[in-house]
Design a protein around this ligand. Structure first.
Ligand SMILES: Nc1nc2c(c(=O)[nH]1)N(C=O)[C@@H](CNc1ccc(C(=O)N[C@@H](CCC(=O)O)C(=O)O)cc1)CN2
Ligand SMILES: Nc1ncnc2c1ncn2[C@@H]1O[C@H](COP(=O)(O)OP(=O)(O)OP(=O)(O)O)[C@@H](O)[C@H]1O
Length: 182
């Protein structure tokens, strides 16, 4: 069930990525402007993940602290290292790029990639459970806003539900903002 949903979503994401508009991160940039001065986690895009860097650089320019996820070990929460645009990156455990140095920080806002989302805030990742574990741990310690950033084509209202799934607070695509905060 999840494997089939992942494969189908990956194909739709790849097609959307190939046709992505130059301003795909514009709505994300406007959402992140509401968190100026706070600590915001991004990601370094891999494969056909939608590119958030223009929005992340704008947030940095607006005074936010930017951080990026670092893998500690399988089945453990991600940690986050502060990062300056242009700062050194090194290959992480799963071929992601991550800061090799920098202070560990707690993000107020986590922008995360995904394979598929539903408009009620469910999401499907790569199956590592990294972001589910990470959001669970962050939310146990205090408030955190989880923003899923994706192409419209990654919508799948029939996503399978997992008891460990951590819901998204906002979903942002190249065309719209879905705000699920009460
Ligand atoms: N850009 C980006 N960075 C990220 C994530 C992400 O999804 N995207 N993560 C989100 O958790 C964390 C890293 N987790 C990852 C989990 C799986 C795979 C991955 O490539 N999985 C492959 C199989 C990998 C393999 O066999 O070696 C796959 O799903 O096909 C990559 C990163 C933190 N950094
Ligand atoms: N907080 C948690 N505690 C224990 N196990 C968890 C937790 N969150 C997720 N898992 C487990 O991790 C595995 C992968 O979860 P799942 O398939 O939901 O990952 P995903 O959402 O696709 O990936 P990611 O969160 O990395 O994007 C599952 O076996 C799931 O039960």
């Amino acid at each position: 069930m999840k494997a089939a949903a992942r494969a189908a979503a990956a194909q739709r994401r790849a097609d959307a990525h190939a046709a992505a508009p130059a301003d795909a991160a514009a709505h994300l940039q406007s959402v992140l402007a509401d968190f100026a001065g706070q600590t915001i986690s991004g990601y370094v895009p891999i494969r056909t993940e939608i590119d958030l860097m223009p929005a992340l650089l704008a947030a940095h320019g607006a005074g936010s602290t930017i951080c990026l996820p670092v893998i500690d070990a399988p089945a453990t929460p991600l940690r986050f290292r502060a990062w300056q645009p242009g700062g050194a990156l090194a290959a992480g455990a799963l071929n992601t790029q991550e800061p090799a140095e920098g202070a560990f920080v707690r993000p107020d806002v986590v922008v995360l990639p995904l394979l598929a989302f539903a408009t009620d805030g469910r999401r499907l990742g790569y199956g590592g459970g990294f972001y589910d574990r990470t959001l669970h741990a962050l939310r146990a310690a205090g408030p955190v806003i989880a923003i899923g950033f994706a192409y419209d084509a990654q919508l799948d209202e029939d996503l399978p539900i997992d008891p460990n799934d951590q819901p998204l607070d906002l979903i942002v695509t190249e065309t719209r903002i879905i705000d699920l905060r009460g």
